[in-house]
Ligand binder design. Structure first.
Ligand code: C2E
Ligand code: MG
Ligand code: MG
Length: 570
């Protein structure tokens, strides 16, 4: 069992007696880990990056010698940060090993234990200090630490205060980009400076430390026991002193109380962020502590992320199809389908994409999954043409992450070609919020897709912050209204008005408007009255496996017409 207070040193030597001797000399100050050869050493180092503070490396060993180990470490961006002291009996080896990145050199046979211990100590200190100096220390706007420096600082703090219970706290400004847009960047900067000043004041008095880790996010690491309500109220007051009375600025604070110190620093703050994100849509300042439920969710997410690779290989993903109907004629007519993925997990059963897509987006695997779905959908379109003789266009979802793939357009074109599909048959749904991530990249990518003839539907329209802005710069083939507008369309006059307004804009731009999430006849009736072109929703059908969907194509499932009489309760 490693003692958490001590730093760890790896001793690599093929001779047991040498390993023991060195270990004995330094074990009073360090946790000692051992490896017998270069191969074993690299594997131990790889598994313990961030934990091993120093490597004592023998040069002459069977399997893989010390030079090879140094070369491997030098090539790896994490391993190369770990200092190495070389152990050898040959003077001539010194230059070669120093060139390969070794920081010092200990001559065999080992004679003076106190000298060896001092050299180990000095090498570790030197490297740690230079790492601190090399990371940019302060954020130019607020004077607080930068994230990199802050993390190093927290780790150092822990080394010497391991038994002190600490909290990781994240403070975010709600809708900060709107504040910037409405009041200008100078105003936004002043607000951030006011927050930073108050945080600095608090951390100074409570022996804590703080950084600005993103434009509108601050991290605080300090001994547990703060009064969170008071802390938030203090920052809130500082904001109000700075803000114009007309602007309503609110903060959200997430706290990971009494951190588990076996969890990495970055992950501790991720937990604080998870807690603060629960309050994301709030308009008043509030705080939230990371709790057991969030922890279980996080663990479930981790488990799913671990299972993803195998799930793709084992075809656990199923593509479902939800019909879309044209409603501008007398009777609704099937016009296309949306491909929606589900995960048939061996342990948890069917999992909906709302749960796993955000995780896939986080670890980048979404592109692989999307490729799988696009291929499946393309194959299905061809199958329906072949077996039923009907061409059913299918729209597939393109993730915000896919937008960053430079060969996205070529990949999609290759799929279209492979299954001999026309330009109208494979449609792309692109979520509006991706535009907010990087509008330049977004515009370029969409332009490339358009050039190749792809039809583009803007998904979740109205959910982002640049909806109208985007319409003026992009050419699209259809707009899909965000479901939230449809949900209350019959009860909330404002929502109905917005839908009408978007319909006018769509008409002006000559684009069809699609409403999704239509669940009731009442909604359907109203949308038809407004003049919506296409609808999709549980009212007609849930997403279905391809075999069941086929019944819509063959007409075995009659499409619900609007009843002649209005329902009694409408
Ligand atoms: P989306 O693209 O906006 O898809 C519409 C979602 O609304 C689907 O949820 C659908 O099942 C649901 N829905 C349809 N009609 C109704 C209704 O009447 N009422 C309600 N309450 N919901 C309805 P689903 O299948 O859970 O997918 C959620 C989101 O996950 C999708 O939203 C899409 O953003 C994403 N997604 C699904 N499949 C894929 C995929 O293959 N790739 C990517 N990148 N994202 C996908
Ligand atoms: Mg969609
Ligand atoms: Mg949508």
């Amino acid at each position: 069992m490693l003692s958490n207070l001590k730093k760890s040193v790896l001793i690599v030597d093929d001779e047991a007696v040498n390993r023991k001797l060195l270990g004995y000399m330094i074990e009073s100050e360090y946790n000692v880990i051992y490896a017998e050869n270069g191969v074993q050493a690299l594997s131990v180092i790889r598994d313990n990056v961030g934990i091993i503070s120093l490597v004592l490396l023998d040069l002459l060993m069977p399997k893989m010698d010390g030079y090879e180990v140094l070369k491997h470490m030098k090539r790896d961006k994490h391993m190369k940060l770990i200092p190495v002291i070389v152990l050898t009996s040959e003077n001539s080896a010194e230059v070669k090993s120093l060139k390969l990145g070794a920081v010092d050199f200990i001559q065999k046979p080992y004679s003076m234990p106190e000298v060896i211990l001092a050299r180990v100590r000095r090498s570790i200190e030197l490297v740690e200090r230079s790492r601190l100096i090399h990371t940019t220390r302060n954020d130019a706007l607020t004077g607080l630490y930068t994230r990199e420096y802050f993390y190093e600082y927290c780790a150092n703090y822990d080394t010497y205060n391991f038994n002190v219970e600490t909290d990781a706290i994240a403070v975010n400004v709600n809708r900060f980009h709107l504040i910037n847009e409405l009041h200008g960047h100078n105003y936004g900067d002043n607000i951030l400076q006011a927050i930073a000043e108050e945080i600095k004041h608090i951390t100074d008095s409570k022996k804590g430390m703080a950084c600005r880790c993103a434009p509108d996010t601050f991290f605080i690491y300090c001994p547990a026991g703060l009064n969170y309500k008071k802390l938030l109220a203090g920052i809130d007051r500082a904001v109000r002193r700075e803000a114009e009375s007309s602007s309503r600025i609110s903060l959200r604070m997430g706290i990971y109380e009494k951190c588990d110190k076996s969890v990495g620093i970055a992950q501790r703050f991720e937990r604080a962020i998870i807690a603060s994100n629960v309050l994301k849509n709030s308009y008043t300042s509030d705080y939230m502590c990371y709790d057991l439920k969030m922890h279980e969710n996080e663990m479930f997410g981790e488990k799913l992320m671990n299972d993803m690779d195998a799930a793709i290989k084992e075809h656990q993903f199923k593509v479902y199809y939800q019909p879309k109907f044209r409603i501008d004629g007398d009777e609704p007519a099937l016009c296309s389908a949306e491909a929606l993925v589900r995960w048939n997990h061996p342990q948890y059963g069917m999992i909906s994409p709302g749960v796993f897509i955000p995780l896939f987006e986080k670890n980048g695997l979404i592109h692989e999954l999307d490729l799988y779905v696009w291929q499946n959908a393309a194959h299905q379109i061809r199958e329906w043409k072949r077996s039923i003789g009907v061409s059913v266009p299918v729209s597939v979802n393109v993730s915000r992450v896919d937008i960053y793939y430079p060969n996205l357009a070529d990949t999609l074109q290759a799929i279209r070609k492979k299954y001999s599909l026309s330009e109208d048959e494979l449609i792309l749904e692109i979520t509006e919020t991706a535009y907010t991530d990087d509008s330049f990249q977004f515009e370029n990518q969409l332009e490339r897709l358009r050039k190749l003839g792809f039809k583009l539907e803007m998904d979740d329209f109205g959910s982002g912050f640049s909806s109208l802005n985007m319409l003026t710069t992009l050419t699209l083939d259809a707009i899909k209204l965000d479901m939230s507008f449809i949900k209350n369309i019959c009860t909330n006059e404002k929502d109905a008005k917005i839908v009408k307004l978007v319909k006018e804009i769509a008409d002006f731009l000559g684009m069809p408007l699609i409403a999704e999430g239509v669940e009731t006849e009442e909604q359907y009736r109203l949308l038809k009255e407004i003049g919506i072109d296409i609808i999709q929703g549980f009212y007609f059908s849930k997403p279905l496996p391809e075999a069941e969907f086929e019944q819509f194509i063959t007409g075995e499932i009659p499409v619900k017409p609007i009843s002649r009489k209005a329902p009694v309760n409408s």
